[in-house]
Design a protein around this ligand. Structure first.
Ligand code: ADP
Ligand code: TRP
Length: 322
């Protein structure tokens, strides 16, 4: 089965990205036909600076390789390296209405926060549909915030097929209930744009600062605490087996452990979990030629698939040359 997902290089990767999209990709890699790309064209919709885009693009590539993305078992590339995706975006834009796009939550949320949107932010879901449909993805692992974007992709594909001919594969979202929305340090959805993230490849000091800033109530050390409502526990449980989870829950319920101690437990889990990947990441940082080579090979593999699909789409539409 073809599984595809993209990650925007718009900041450092955080635990929300890791548990909803990245970990899943890694699980799929050995059994499925995995396509994974760095969505740098999407990142332009909230563009900061050229230097930032360049460094986040490289960091994203390094981080994903460090976490275990295997270029032998997957196709891994940078979105802009396969410009066919922008041509398909234009064709697909005939198969969605302006009023549909006006319903996009992620667009509305950004505007509500005072962001002045470019037209690219408005048409963002069409580019995302193009990413998915160009590669005939069957399954798309994402967090819950992308659910509506996936619905747009399905609608676009269905309408296109009905209007012009059955060339596009209808994708299925792959959203895991347990990791659909990982909370940030303030309890709201963890997101780069809310500045409430835990960036697992930050320095130990940075991660400690983020963990220690997780919201909690003011219960004293000896008081029993409710794990179900604790953001610390919600994040920690992502790292734990069910047996470990029960042990940790008891620690909350019994009292005697302060929030500082419980945060320390979480910090240890984060540092322990990512320690081997951190070593790999440092090696890759010293070997950027290898990273560029991987992306170049990924580009070539992705391009072949994209060219073939675009050819079929052009034929279906009657695009010149016939
Ligand atoms: P951000 O919201 O921080 O900008 P991205 O938009 O780059 O993150 O998201 C990359 C992937 O991570 C997407 O599949 C998205 O759904 C997922 N994701 C981001 N934040 C969370 C979260 N808090 N919980 C679950 N999944 C998330
Ligand atoms: N919109 C996604 C996000 O912000 C990133 C993305 C771009 C994507 N194209 C995609 C995800 C295609 C899955 C499939 O997280």
């Amino acid at each position: 089965m073809r599984v595809l997902t993209g990650l925007q290089p718009s900041g450092k990767l955080h635990l929300g990205n890791y548990f909803s999209a990245i970990k899943k990709i890694l699980d799929y890699q050995s059994t499925e036909d995995l396509f994974l790309f760095i969505a740098n064209l999407h990142a332009l919709t909230t563009f900061r600076s050229k230097e930032e885009l360049k460094s986040f693009t490289m960091e994203c590539a390094i981080d994903l390789l460090a976490l275990g993305v295997d270029p032998q078992k997957s196709v891994f590339w940078v979105q802009s390296d396969v410009p066919e995706v922008t041509e398909l975006t234009w064709y697909l834009s005939q198969s969605i209405t302006v009023s549909q796009l006006q319903l996009a939550h992620s667009f509305k949320d950004k505007v509500a926060k005072g962001f002045v949107p470019g037209a690219g932010l408005f048409t963002y879901p069409i580019l995302m549909a193009s990413d998915i449909l160009l590669f005939s993805a069957e399954k798309v692992p994402v967090g819950k915030d992308q659910k509506q974007h996936l619905e747009f992709s399905r609608d676009i594909a269905e309408r296109f097929n009905a209007q012009f001919g059955p060339v596009l594969t209808i994708p299925e979202p792959d959203i895991d209930e347990n990791t659909a929305t990982v909370p940030g340090v303030d309890g709201a959805k963890m997101s780069k744009s809310y500045k409430n993230t835990i960036d697992f490849f930050g320095t130990e000091k940075e991660i400690k600062k983020q963990v220690m800033s997780i919201v909690s109530d003011s219960k004293a050390v000896e008081e029993p605490k409710d794990p179900e409502t604790s953001v610390i526990f919600q994040i920690h449980s992502l790292f734990l087996t069910s047996a470990e989870k029960s042990v940790q829950m008891e620690k909350y319920k019994q009292g005697g452990a302060g929030y500082g101690d419980l945060k320390k437990d979480l910090l240890d889990s984060i540092l322990g979990h990512f320690a081997p990947y951190r070593v790999k990441r440092e090696e890759l940082t010293r070997n950027l030629d290898y990273v560029h080579q991987v992306l170049k090979e990924g580009k070539e593999k992705a391009k072949k698939v994209a060219e073939k699909k675009l050819e079929d789409v052009r034929k279906t539409l009657g695009i010149y040359p016939f």
